[in-house]
Design a protein around this ligand. Structure first.
Ligand code: SAM
Length: 429
């Protein structure tokens, strides 16, 4: 039976729907929400950029291309993350801004236990011969084939090393890497932070006691769906880590291999915006701050700024950590309130502020002052626009970036966030 022209047209729509590319995309929810795209990926890139850049220079000096191994690669998000690192100081006029251009990468090998995720990864990168995948278990140590050269960058992302529930398996993997390294390599390890506010009920002081949490991947569902599906949700055992515990493991691995594995950077990622802030599964005082920040970055959506105000609940016996969170809370809230005041006192017709009391106190921390001054420039710069939704599409995303800057500058790499990332080098020269 021949199809009528109307049927043919409908086929075109059905095809588009089946491709998945016709779906409504929102940055408000899901794995790739706005916080993941604009905060987590970018903060990771920001902190690792200088080390990856120096590694590239080393490869260039020895006339080699960069070789990357990604442990727990899943569907190869790590490849995307790395390839998205930009040159730090690229000018506005430049169009080639990627640090890792395709010609500089010799090989990316992703290793994962999950056949389903590897299948997904392979389907995405099937046309790229330099991107390869292998099923393997990183808790069994490093497995290189007989003729396989060691890698320059051993990478993990988004809490993957927390799948090492015991010290021994990670010590072995790191010792294998250090032992097989020829001259130099970089290791980037990504764990869940031991003292993230979102799981405050799990905090303990005794670092000799390993902390493995029962992690529920419930955040990808809405609140209602989460409740309905509660019994069928998958649980993972994931290790929560502090900087001291990682440093001890790395030092033990270095001793085992007879080569120093030197920590060169630790940073906390997603201090107030971890995924479980929204679920409140592990902290009854957690506020849905990720949802609020997602909203700041969502085009055409107006955010009620009062949803961003943090009311940190201290935990007795953790004074140092409480002090850190309280200071951050004060800076964060001050910036949010100041932005609200700027918007309230801006007179669009006169294109100026109605109040003269907007000066930033000199006693405030420098990073906060800088961001307050930036927000003043932003509101003044676009407040008079009456097209294009200046609040929703310019001021709110800029407030998001200003908060991101503040959190990144004030973090201490101690494990006080959803993610704790460590950068380590092995240098045999
Ligand atoms: C938190 S996900 C991160 C996935 C991906 N790297 C990303 O950034 O989105 C952890 C990944 O580690 C993998 N994984 C867990 N235990 C593993 C093991 N023992 N060996 C290899 N892969 C493992 C999981 O299948 C999953 O893909």
């Amino acid at each position: 039976m021949s199809l009528t022209s109307q049927d043919v047209q409908m086929e075109a729509y059905s095809e588009a729907v089946k491709s998945g590319l016709y779906a409504k995309r929102s940055g408000l929810v899901g794995k790739y929400d706005n916080v993941r795209k604009h905060w987590e990926d970018e903060v990771t890139r920001h902190f690792i950029c200088p080390y990856v850049s120096a590694l590239l220079d080393r490869c260039q000096q020895s006339m080699r291309r960069l070789r990357i191994m990604d442990f727990g690669c899943g569907s190869a998000d790590g490849y995307e993350l790395l390839m998205g690192i930009r040159h730090r100081d690229a000018g506005l006029h430049e169009s080639k801004v990627d640090l890792l251009s395709a010609d500089k990468v010799g090989c990316y090998k992703g290793v994962d236990l999950s056949g389903d995720l590897l299948e997904q990864a392979e389907s995405i990168y099937s046309d790229n011969p330099k991107v390869i995948f292998e099923q393997g278990d990183f808790t069994k140590g490093l497995s290189l084939k007989k003729d396989e050269k060691p890698y320059d960058l051993y990478f993990t992302s988004y809490g993957t090393f927390s799948h090492h529930n015991e010290d021994e398996t990670l010590v072995q993997l790191l010792a294998d890497i250090a032992g097989t390294c020829q001259d130099y390599c970089l290791i980037i390890g990504d764990w869940l932070g031991r003292y993230s506010y979102e799981w405050q009920s799990l905090w303990t002081n005794d670092l000799n006691e390993n902390r493995n949490m029962d992690y529920i991947v419930s955040y990808i569902y809405s609140k209602e769906e989460r409740e309905q599906r509660r019994d069928e949700l998958q649980h993972l055992q994931l290790r929560l880590m502090s900087r001291q515990e990682i440093a001890a493991i790395v030092s033990a691995a270095g001793k085992k291999a007879g080569v120093e594995i030197k920590p060169v950077k630790f940073f906390d990622r997603s201090v107030f915006t971890g995924r479980h802030m929204d679920t409140g599964e592990y902290n009854p005082y957690a506020q849905p701050l990720r949802e609020a920040v997602n909203s700041l970055h969502e085009p055409n959506v107006r955010t009620n700024l009062s949803t961003l105000i943090v009311n940190y609940a201290p935990k007795a016996g953790f004074e140092f950590i409480n002090g850190y969170f309280e200071h951050l809370q004060m800076c964060w809230n001050t910036l949010v309130n100041y932005t609200q005041t700027l918007m309230e006192t801006y007179d669009r017709d006169a294109a100026s502020f109605k109040s003269a009391h907007l000066a930033v106190p000199a006693s405030y921390p420098a990073d906060l002052r800088e961001m307050m001054e930036r927000m003043l420039q932003v509101v003044e710069g676009v407040g008079w626009l009456n097209t294009g939704l200046p609040r929703e599409n310019v001021i709110e995303p800029q407030l998001g970036y200003a908060l991101r800057y503040l959190v990144s500058r004030l973090q201490q790499g101690q494990g006080c966030a959803h993610g704790l990332v460590g950068v380590f080098e092995v240098n045999k020269k």
